[in-house]
Design a protein around this ligand. Structure first.
Ligand code: GCU
Length: 685
């Protein structure tokens, strides 16, 4: 039997899989059983077998650490079983039963069994107590549950090692080469498997010349990484550049209609799948923010995506084609062009023309990962296309992992956004192939930009691990309660902390997204950050730039009129009822007011407050909430490992400084524009 080691690097700690997390299950007598004609050593199907040794290693490690034993079926009080026809033969699903003191996890494939094993670890003692349970089945909501790394191979002069990364360097690459020691990658793979993530793209969507070589002479290095992910059921993908045939292959162009271009990609695909038989496919950012694409040849995104799809199709590969396409050289004087409309305009007309193995990957909102945006209408506009919704676990616009901001509640709200009104199919349903006008054959899922780096706490701020954890749990089950997920994370990550300590973490992080929104850009106005690095308040930072993200503040009013009646017409992209709900000032939700409407500072919100007073009040209150969180932290900090506590102290000091800046600059900006003082006479400058 092959076993893999499960290294726990003492330097890389505080993640949610400490050995202690397995104490309840590891102290049991566990049997791992297969159907009669299967054996772990002899499993023939490569897609079936790689995870099997991992389960054995997991069980051996947990029982060795906690006094349990691997035993025969008859003696077991925990049974892990493969039954080929169980769980509707979904290889990732598992069923949990507890009858007469025997706990059983059954799956049709070792991948499902591994997810079941981590489920047991999560339940801890609770797995063994309580009433009998018969076949409680756990099936992932979507097929694709993915993380994209925006990792550069070398240190980029502007973007650093990891674009929008706030957790140190890349865990894959080190100054131009793939790391020799991939121990961290193995630990990461295990963390991902424990929350159900099944795909990872390892390099930045902005692909440089060096990264292009991952398709070529550096391919054996990609294969090494894939070898590390594979035992945990995680499939490897690469981001590729549209210009690769020219820059790497020496062709004259990369026109998708040029047969030589297709042949080049076919040869590349043959190479990749020869090296990595279970490779996932390519992610591509084309004609976006200066990246090359098919527009240069007068071709469409569908033309481009379908050419790549044809090249990878014989291997069962996928093309994740990003819909983040807009004019980044806009004239700020032009108030009719609206960047929010761009993805829909570029993609909706081509619905039904994309190849079956193309996944159109669409950001969750129409702009760019802001603290508050409406759900993207493009996600609902492609019924005959496979779509993935793209999120950011990394907090580019949400405090750079210097601020404690838990995003589970935000993601849950977006994933459950009902596109056709209360009770109708949601974002999560659509990406799982459930568009009401679709034919039910589409696969899709959720993709997010990872927040992990080579930092000793993985994510810079130890609390930002909660986002990575929640991303996995919510992509597996978008209806799961994000507050419970947060508690689960806290318990698993800090098992040594008292229940008061865990409750304090919930209090600090639970509503932290809402708190962050309170002290930063208000009411869906977006982009009041410093251009380029996107940290800290700069209300006019993007106002006169070519990037298409404006708020049009003057002395009377602020916000973007996106109505059909008088504005850019963006509301037209939504199905009913949202096209009308957002169109009308009377029904538009307050939190999105300035996203959809240009209104006077004296506009009265549904709360009864004027908009300007709401801005002042939320900014004062937002900072106070941060201070309450810091006080709660100080009450429990001594229960935490000293280095974790020291890092969190440091992050909180910066959060208070930065939130104070946000409060004062945003309030002063609104005051100076409107001339309207705060009703409570608090200091504004
Ligand atoms: C944002 C981000 C960029 C990134 C881009 C993308 O604009 O700031 O760094 O490249 O999104 O999603 O491609």
């Amino acid at each position: 039997m092959t076993t893999v080691t499960l290294p726990i690097d003492p330097l890389v700690h505080a993640a949610w899989l400490p050995a202690a997390a397995f104490s309840a299950v590891g102290s049991r007598r566990i049997a791992v059983v297969l159907e009669d004609d299967l054996s772990f050593d002899g499993l023939a199907d490569p897609a079936f077998s790689p995870v099997a040794p991992t389960i054995m290693a997991e069980v051996e490690a947990a029982t060795a650490a906690h006094g349990g034993a691997l035993v025969d079926e008859a003696e077991a009080d925990v049974l892990l079983a493969i039954e080929l026809d169980c769980c509707e033969e979904n290889p990732e699903a598992f069923c949990f039963s507890r009858t007469d003191g025997l706990v059983r996890i059954v799956a049709s494939n070792p991948r499902g069994l591994l997810y079941g094993w981590f489920h047991l670890a999560r339940l801890g003692k609770d797995a063994f107590t309580g009433p009998d349970v018969e076949n409680e089945c756990h099936t992932p909501h979507t097929a694709l549950r993915m993380l994209d790394h925006w990792d550069n191979m070398d240190v980029h002069p502007v973007m650093g090692h990891v674009e929008r990364g706030y957790s140190g360097g890349s865990i894959f690459f080190d100054h131009g080469v793939v790391r020799e020691d991939l121990t961290r990658v193995a630990q990461y793979a295990r963390l991902l498997a424990s929350v159900g993530i099944n795909r990872v793209a390892i390099n930045n969507v902005n692909v440089g010349r060096l990264e292009m070589r991952l398709l070529d002479d550096l391919l054996p290095e990609v294969a090494r990484i894939a070898d590390v992910f594979r035992p945990y059921g995680v499939t490897t993908h690469l981001s590729v550049s549209w210009a690769s045939p020219v820059r790497l292959g020496g062709l004259a162009d990369s026109d998708p209609f040029n047969p030589d271009v297709l042949a080049w990609w076919q040869a590349a695909a043959n190479r990749v799948w020869a090296a990595i038989p279970d490779f996932g496919g390519f992610v591509i950012k084309a004609d976006s923010e200066g990246q090359p694409g098919p527009f240069a040849y007068g071709r469409t995104h569908a033309d481009g995506a379908n050419m790549l799809a044809k090249a990878v199709e014989p291997h069962g590969g996928l093309i994740h084609w990003r819909a983040f396409v807009y004019n980044h050289t806009q004239d700020w004087r032009d108030r009719k062009t609206d960047r929010a409309k761009a993805a829909y305009e570029h993609f909706a007309p081509y619905d039904g023309t994309f190849a079956e193995n193309v996944i159109v990957q669409i950001k969750h909102g129409p702009l760019d990962f802001q603290v508050r945006e409406p759900a993207s209408p493009t996600i609902a506009a492609l019924p005959q296309t496979s779509v993935a919704a793209e999120f950011q676990v990394t907090t580019e616009y949400l405090g750079h992992q210097k601020h404690a901001v838990y995003l589970g509640r935000m993601w849950s709200q977006l994933m459950q956004f009902p596109y056709w009104g209360e009770g109708s199919p949601t974002m999560a349903d659509i990406v799982a192939g459930g568009h009401p006008l679709g034919d039910g054959t589409r696969i899709g899922g959720f993709v997010a930009v990872s927040n992990v780096g080579d930092d000793v706490f993985w994510t810079g701020h130890p609390f930002a691990q909660a986002n990575l954890y929640a991303w996995g749990r919510l992509t597996w089950d978008p209806q799961a309660d994000p507050d419970i997920i947060l508690s689960d994370w806290a318990l698993a990550t800090f098992p040594e902390v008292s229940s008061e300590g865990a409750a304090a973490l919930d209090a600090i992080l639970g509503k932290s997204w809402e708190t962050y929104e309170m002290y930063t850009a208000p009411l869906g106005v977006c982009f009041m950050v410093y251009p380029h690095h996107h940290y800290g308040p700069n209300p006019d930072g993007y106002e006169y730039t070519p990037w298409g993200t404006y708020h049009f503040a003057d002395r009377i009013s602020i916000g973007v009129d996106r109505t059909r009646a008088t504005g850019t017409g963006y509301t037209d992209q939504y199905p009913k009822p949202w096209r009308d709900v957002y169109e009308n000032l009377a029904t538009c939700p307050d939190e999105l007011l300035l996203f959809f409407h240009h209104v006077p500072y004296t506009h009265v919100l549904k709360s009864g407050k004027t908009m300007i007073q709401h801005v002042y009040d939320t900014h004062f209150e937002g900072l106070e909430r941060v201070k309450v969180a810091v006080a709660a932290w100080q009450g429990v900090r001594d229960e935490f490992p000293a280095d974790v506590a020291a890092r969190i102290d440091e992050r909180f000091a910066e959060q208070v400084r930065s939130a104070t800046d946000w409060r004062d600059i945003i309030n002063t900006y609104f005051y100076r524009h409107s001339g309207i003082p705060d009703a409570h006479g608090r200091p504004i400058y």
